[in-house]
Write a protein that binds this ligand. Structure first.
Ligand code: SF4
Length: 921
């Protein structure tokens, strides 16, 4: 059923929205007695990954508790479906160990001695620090570092209102490489496949089970399969996704870009190319110029085929370790699917390898060749299927540039070099006065966690550290303030994601507050009705900004004053009311039809479909007078390139310098990477030729996700932890035999900076010659810590320095049952809890994208005498050595690049400063 049909079909098993204020049903827990319960149903948005699926909370009208959380069938992206993590929100809400009140450190940093404080004290302390830093011109010393954003642009506006260059994200341990590869083609940094209409889908990741926009994408991939579409999955591991595919490709790690050139070769050789599309929409002339060839299209066609003649299926098969016939067959099937070829890469190989960005570049090359760009069943640019409405005020860009965020060595980095922060601080590039980690756990999530511990423990490096989190985490150990923030049912946010060929917005709401307001109660701050004094970031930033600029003299406060009540503080309802009334096309009219205001409409439904069936936006007609250059297929306005002349009209084209799809990226030439200006095979740092097999070297793929866990926020869920509670090392039987290892034996996995000890999972579901280990597990607390939490999953450890620079972590108590107000905590039957592997990974910044290259060259052995399950050892002296080696690969701005810039002006940058700030000093 397509989603338009779904929206108009009676949903027999779900209460109609008109009855959401009051809904009655039998209490299943009272069975066999028939006990009628009264609920208020409040829609919200899941916060457990970035897919932003719709949820509906059943709030008990009698006691105000949330009884269950289900999918919202009216949500355009998720259509009522959720993964296990959506309904598990209720575990997080009822987590018996959650932090319910703001806390301030009272012992030395890292002592975990905290005391409860008021929100007012928190705001006064942090507000005064930030104000002082701004007044003293230390505008790079205030930093906000986000793990899971869960909103579109809210905090970016706050930071720009403060005038600081302080936005840091997790993107460079996640998706920055893929984003660069896509951006070089189209200016859009993510793909938006129209899976449900695809005839052939190629996934370079495990999207059906865990990929980005997991549930909304997975259901559409299955829809396409049920209509006869084919699915190919490239993953070195037989993931659940690969098990559902028609073709499973498990190439040698890092060779995926060549595999894709193999598909391109077949498409070119068999003349399955959509040449009309390429002629109009690809900027092929610079490609010809760079090759010294005539600027005519026939010559380009011949030249392109010749350039990729080397990537024969036989060659690809040999290098990648694949079957040549399969490469040939998939290439042909992609060509035959033509414009109905959908594809996606996000983390996986793009996040694993040096040059991982070229996977996205080459994947998009295949899509471009078959004309599957923005088409029905094809792949659009992310920006075309995402809608971010503007708020009531937009601060001017900041006029400073932080070298801790965008160091000059990585001028083409797609996002901040976030995971290098301790290394950059240690090498004297700056310090941080006030540091917010927000739903982010870098000590545990990032590579080289011991470097994070050292930075956070040093009060000269980080003056004040505030953790904003819905749950306890390892990083909070080194906090000065731990500030409890809400789960999906305890906060406001506005989100939109490119889940399919449409645009929509989803409204996250604090359901207790909605219930209180439905019952006529006045609420000023959301923490008044949330559990304990759990707050939400949206209101926290408004309140904090008033403390930073209490009299408005700094020009900050005006951005946090009500658009309806001049001079008074904006309420969170007013903030969203303005957006819904002014920035979302069609919403006021849809609301009026139901006799509601736009805000009431969003509070009632929790989502709004802005536009359905969004295709080929690059063909949208430009209005106005233009100079048309038919020969080059472009249009100009006042001498400046403005769009593309295609199909007999002036079109908007793509957000690239040429307005076309760029097969030749002059940006790469300008910044010293001319050899990669066209789609190319970049050899990975774990390329077979770089491994010394005689020394037992193997590749560790340490990035795979489990469908039931969240990176660092599911240890507070008893249901999710019962489903997944260990992360053994996957190893092929041939490798296990060579090493004399049987199922469950202990392995020592050694990286450049340390090792960990984990159990073996011997399986044919992984390619020989490599090992794989999920990054989700291995959560820990130090024995004797006075504050911690998450004991559904955490184990206790002894964490000690064994030399001046080396740490050994050894578990002292396994995961197991514990006392709490939830009687299920006495029934915990699992004991492993998994092993924390990321702490043993050195940082490996890709010299172009800046992405951390997660794949590790490792030596795998039987555990040594004295090794124990869960041991983690790492040496920060070696960390710095590896950091320096990778730093030397980079090509710094100044030595490379144009016009004395730190970074090309046309490349996106989060919280983009003024153009003047792009200039090197
Ligand atoms: S895919 Fe799962 S975790 Fe992600 S938003 Fe949807 S329900 Fe939540």
């Amino acid at each position: 059923m397509d989603h338009a049909t779904l929206r108009t079909t009676p949903l027999e098993n779900f209460p109609p929205p008109a009855q959401w204020d009051h809904w009655e049903e039998l209490d299943p827990k009272a069975w066999p007695r028939r006990v009628q319960k009264q609920y208020s149903l409040v829609p919200t948005i899941c916060f457990n990954c970035e897919a932003a699926c719709g949820l509906v909370a059943y709030v008990d009208k009698q006691d105000g508790s949330i009884r269950k959380v289900e999918g919202n069938p009216f949500h355009p992206g998720s259509r009522g479906r959720n993964c296990a993590k959506g309904p598990a929100t209720i575990n997080q809400v009822n987590d018996p160990e959650r932090i319910l009140y703001p806390m301030k450190r009272v012992g030395p940093r890292g002592s975990t001695r905290f005391e409860r404080v008021s929100w007012d004290e928190v705001l006064q302390t942090l507000g005064a620090r930030i104000r002082k830093a701004i007044i003293e011109g230390r505008k790079t010393e205030v930093m906000y570092h986000v793990g899971r954003p869960g909103h579109d642009g809210y905090v970016e506006r706050v930071l720009q209102a403060w005038g600081v260059d302080g936005h840091n994200s997790h993107t460079n341990v996640c998706s920055a490489a893929a984003r660069l590869g896509y951006t070089l083609w189209s200016g859009y940094d993510r793909p938006s496949p129209d899976y449900e209409n695809a005839k052939f889908t190629l996934l370079i990741s495990s999207h059906l089970e865990t990929g980005h926009y997991f549930n909304p994408h997975a259901q559409r991939i299955i829809d396409a399969k049920m209509k006869g579409g084919k699915l190919a999955v490239c993953d070195i591991r037989l993931s659940n996704t690969a098990s559902m595919s028609d073709y499973w490709l498990a190439p040698r790690p890092g060779t995926e870009p060549l595999m894709l050139l193999g598909f391109a070769h077949v498409i070119l050789r068999e003349n399955l190319v959509a040449w009309d599309f390429v002629r109009e929409w690809v900027d092929w002339r610079p490609y010809q110029q760079a090759k010294g060839r005539p600027e005519d299209f026939a010559s380009f066609q011949q030249g392109l085929a010749a350039d990729y003649a080397f990537a024969t299926p036989a060659h690809v098969a040999e290098v990648c370790g694949l079957d040549a016939a399969m490469v040939e067959r998939i290439g042909r099937e992609i060509g035959e699917a033509g414009s109905a070829f959908a594809s996606h890469v996000w983390r996986n190989t793009a996040a694993g390898n040096e040059g991982g960005w070229s996977t996205a570049r080459n994947l998009q090359f295949v899509s471009v060749l078959v004309g599957a760009v923005g088409t029905i069943g094809g792949t659009a640019g992310s920006g075309t299927n995402k809608f971010v409405p503007a708020p009531f005020s937009k601060p001017r860009p900041q006029d400073v540039w932080s070298e801790l965020l965008y160091p000059k060595e990585w001028p083409l980095a797609h996002h901040e070099l976030s995971y290098l922060l301790p290394h950059l601080v240690k090498t004297g590039r700056g310090r941080i006065d006030t540091y917010f980690t927000r739903v982010y756990n870098p000590v545990w999530t990032n590579p080289d966690g011991a470097m994070w511990i050292e930075m956070l423990a040093d009060e000269n490096a980080v003056g004040c550290h505030a953790v904003l989190s819905p749950t306890w985490n390892e990083t909070a150990r080194w906090a000065d303030f731990v500030l409890p923030m809400g789960h999906a049912t305890e906060r406001h946010d506005l989100m939109s994601q490119e889940t399919h060929a449409a645009t929509w917005i989803g409204f996250r709401q604090p359901v207790h507050r909605v219930l209180a307001e439905r019952q006529g109660r006045q609420v000023t701050w959301t923490y008044e009705v949330n559990p304990g004094q759990v707050w939400e970031e949206d209101e926290f930033w408004i309140a904090l900004s008033w403390h930073v600029d209490p009299d408005g003299a700094l020009g900050i406060r005006k951005h946090f004053e009500s658009p309806y009540r001049p001079g008074e503080r904006v309420t969170i309802s007013e903030y969203y009311r303005w957006i819904f009334e002014n920035s979302v096309p069609g919403l006021p009219a849809a609301a009026a039809k139901e006799g509601l205001s736009p805000l009431e409409y969003m509070q009632r439904h929790g989502c709004f479909l802005v536009q359905d069936q969004v295709y080929k936006t690059h063909e949208s007609e430009l209005k106005g007078d233009f100079e048309i250059d038919r020969e080059r297929g472009v249009v100009r306005k006042d001498g400046k390139l403005a769009g593309v002349f295609a199909g007999g009209k002036a079109c908007v084209g793509f957000p690239t310098p040429s307005k076309k799809l760029e097969i030749f990226a002059s940006t790469m030439v300008d910044w010293g990477w001319g050899e990669y200006a066209t789609p190319a095979y970049v050899k990975s740092h774990v390329d077979e030729a770089k491994l010394d097999r005689s020394k037992g070297e193997m590749v560790l793929v340490g990035t795979f996700r489990l469908p039931t866990l969240i990176h660092t926020r599911s240890a507070n869920s008893k249901w999710l932890t019962e489903l997944s509670n260990t992360n053994p090392v996957w190893i092929h039987p041939t490798d296990a035999q060579r090493l004399g290892i049987a199922m469950g034996d202990l392995l020592r996995v050694s990286t450049r900076i340390g090792y960990y000890v984990n159990a073996a999972w011997v399986t044919e579901g992984v390619r020989p010659g490599l090992i794989a280990c999920s990054h989700h597990l291995g959560r820990w607390a130090v024995s004797g810590d006075q504050v911690s939490g998450n004991h559904w999953q955490l184990h206790d450890v002894d964490l000690r320095k064994v030399t001046d620079t080396a740490y050994l972590m050894r578990r002292t108590k396994p995961t197991g049952k514990f006392a709490s107000k939830d009687k299920d905590s006495e029934k915990v039957w699992w004991s492993s809890g998994g092993v924390h592997q990321n702490m043993t990974f050195p940082v490996q910044p890709d010299p172009i994208s800046g992405m951390h290259c997660w794949h590790q060259k490792v030596v795998v052995e039987k555990a040594h005498a004295g090794d124990r399950y869960g041991d983690v050892y790492c040496d920060t002296a070696k960390s710095m050595q590896v950091f320096e080696e990778w730093l030397a690969k980079a090509k710094p701005a100044g030595k490379f690049g144009t016009n004395g810039l730190r970074r090309p002006l046309h490349l996106k940058r989060v919280c983009r400063p003024t153009d003047a700030s792009f200039k090197l000093p």
